[in-house]
Design a protein around this ligand. Structure first.
Ligand code: GTP
Ligand code: MG
Length: 196
């Protein structure tokens, strides 16, 4: 068992106004509605910590959460959702990319992928950008509760094959459900191993 004390620290609209960078941090990124905020709540066992919504575009700032006074979890806005304006999309892209490129204590970015969907153009583009910028990252397939175990495994294997067209090797991958909490412990274990 692990014990987690989580508290909200701040919401920032730029890496420049993020809290001090003395603690290691781990950020969650992905398309809007993929389940970033829900995953932070599942990881911390606090359903009300990060704000979630059925409507895409809920998280609009860089949100820092302090964990056990030892590390930060960071909830980011989603990239690319259809209902926002181009101006807004560009603003979020700039905020997210600036944060990822400049945040020195960022240990790993977890890119979240909805397990139900085939590979999407903006996920491919984002992963390519992460690779070009040499950012340490992992992939988390979300919402596994929405598929049978067989279908989930099949989708992950198709997705990995698709990625291997662009990548020589794959990063660490996880699958989880914030609803049933399956897969949550292995993400925490991975973070703990990096922190040790
Ligand atoms: P933005 O902040 O808009 O970028 O979205 P987000 O990626 O933070 O997604 P959020 O956590 O707000 O979740 C979006 C919707 O998906 C909500 O209705 C959640 O309840 C639902 N959801 C998230 N994770 C899961 C999951 O593991 N299983 C199921 N069934 N639903 C989930
Ligand atoms: Mg969110």
């Amino acid at each position: 068992m692990y014990s987690i004390q989580a508290s909200f620290v701040s919401s920032s609209d730029s890496y420049k106004s993020c809290p001090n960078n003395t603690l290691p941090e781990f950020a969650f990124i992905g398309r809007s509605n993929v389940g970033k905020s829900s995953l932070i709540n599942a990881l911390t066992g606090n359903r009300k910590l990060a704000k979630t919504s059925g409507k895409p575009g809920k998280t609009q700032l860089i949100n820092h959460f302090n964990i056990n006074d030892k590390w930060y979890l960071v909830d980011l806005p989603g990239y690319g959702y259809a209902t926002t304006s181009k101006v807004n999309r560009n603003k979020f892209q700039k905020m997210i990319k600036g944060y990822i490129q400049h945040r020195k204590n960022l240990m790993c970015v977890f890119v979240l992928i909805d397990i139900r969907h085939p590979i999407q153009f903006n996920d491919k583009e984002f992963l390519k950008w992460i690779g070009e910028n040499l950012i340490p990252f992992g992939i988390i397939f979300t919402k596994t509760d929405k598929l049978s175990k067989n279908k989930a495994e099949e989708n992950i294997s198709v997705y990995k094959k698709e990625l291997l067209k662009d990548w020589e090797s794959l990063p660490e991958t996880f699958s989880c459900s914030s609803k049933t909490k399956i897969g949550i412990k292995s993400i925490i274990a991975f973070i703990n191993a990096i922190n040790e």
